[in-house]
Design a protein around this ligand. Structure first.
Ligand SMILES: [Zn+2]
Length: 305
């Protein structure tokens, strides 16, 4: 049983403005906490490869992928939507973030009882098949899932998204894909303001009131989600792991604690032990308050050990 952390130095080498919550110091905080918790001595750390345009096109419209390369300015930045910037270093970081997911799938599939955590930025779950959104250029978890479908012939992939925001991009990409079951919990009503009711058999939504506690979240997971996940019998468990539902993260108004993320790590590891030879890939999404983010990632990984 092992956990491998995939990341790349390029993910640290861009910034989108000093007052922007999505900053390189988020990843530094997680690395510091891995060291101070002692977990850094238990996990393995690997660099990722860069995703190719063909790999990005597994989940995205090729014309959209090409348009980002064509539009990216050599200096400065442009805005793709109200809060999503594009600059040259960020595009490069996004290629490595998506590449982390591909490297992690290869790592998982070359053994059993393997877990991977992709410590990446920019995040990905708001990026749709043909549109950037919510700090996201490419949908890292969707590219990893599409790669696993194509290269390893997997028939049933579970994607769980516990970020405080709904993974609208992942829904957009997989809503008509019967081999993927996407479970997304999110504060509602809240950004990205998509329909809280699913109209697709591939998408299971759990809208949550502001103020939802960890105990309430766990109960709904056990009552509503776990039976459906078990019924699906996933061959692979992928996770959009956002930590902005933490009670100390001001990006949302939910009340999860460090120990709820430990519990989520345990739940996902148990599910993977039952159905997917212990394989779990988690991709960092949100989580903007450094200390709770870093502590929660460490607790989440400890839950999987
Ligand atoms: Zn989020």
């Amino acid at each position: 049983m092992s956990i491998c952390i995939f990341s790349h130095g390029r993910c640290l080498q861009y910034d989108v403005g000093h007052d922007h919550p999505e900053s390189a110091s988020r990843l530094h905080a997680v690395q510091d906490q891995l060291l101070s918790s002692g977990l850094a001595y238990v996990v393995e750390q690997r660099d990722s490869q860069e995703a190719s345009r063909d790999e990005l096109a597994l989940a995205h419209d090729p014309a959209y992928v090409n348009s980002l390369f064509e539009r990216v300015p050599s200096q400065g930045h442009i805005w793709l939507d109200d809060d999503t910037q594009l600059n040259a270093k960020m595009l490069r970081a996004a290629l490595y973030s998506a590449g982390c997911g591909i490297s992690a799938i290869d790592y998982l599939m070359q053994g059993v009882e393997r877990k991977a955590f992709c410590l990446v930025r920019p995040p990905g779950h708001h990026a749709e098949r043909a549109a950037a959104k919510g700090f996201c250029l490419f949908n890292n978890i969707a590219i990893a899932a599409a790669y696993a479908l194509q290269h390893y012939g997997i028939q049933r992939i579970l994607i769980v998204d516990f970020d405080v925001h709904h993974g609208n991009g992942t829904e957009d990409i997989f809503q008509h894909e019967p081999r993927v079951r996407f479970f997304s919990s999110f504060q509602h009503p809240y950004y990205p303001y998509t329909d809280p009711v699913s109209t697709s058999a591939s998408v299971v939504k759990m809208p949550l009131d502001a103020g939802t506690t960890g105990a309430q979240y766990r109960q709904r997971w056990l009552d509503e989600w776990l039976p459906l996940m078990q019924q699906f019998q996933p061959e692979l468990v992928l996770v959009s792991a956002g930590f902005d539902a933490h009670m100390d993260d001001e990006m949302g108004q939910m009340k999860l604690t460090d120990l709820d993320y430990f519990w989520l790590g345990q739940q996902l590891a148990q599910l993977a032990a039952q159905y997917s030879q212990g394989r779990v890939l988690s991709m960092l999404e949100g989580g903007y308050e450094h200390s709770p983010l870093a502590r929660s990632v460490v607790q989440y990984l400890k839950g999987q050990l």
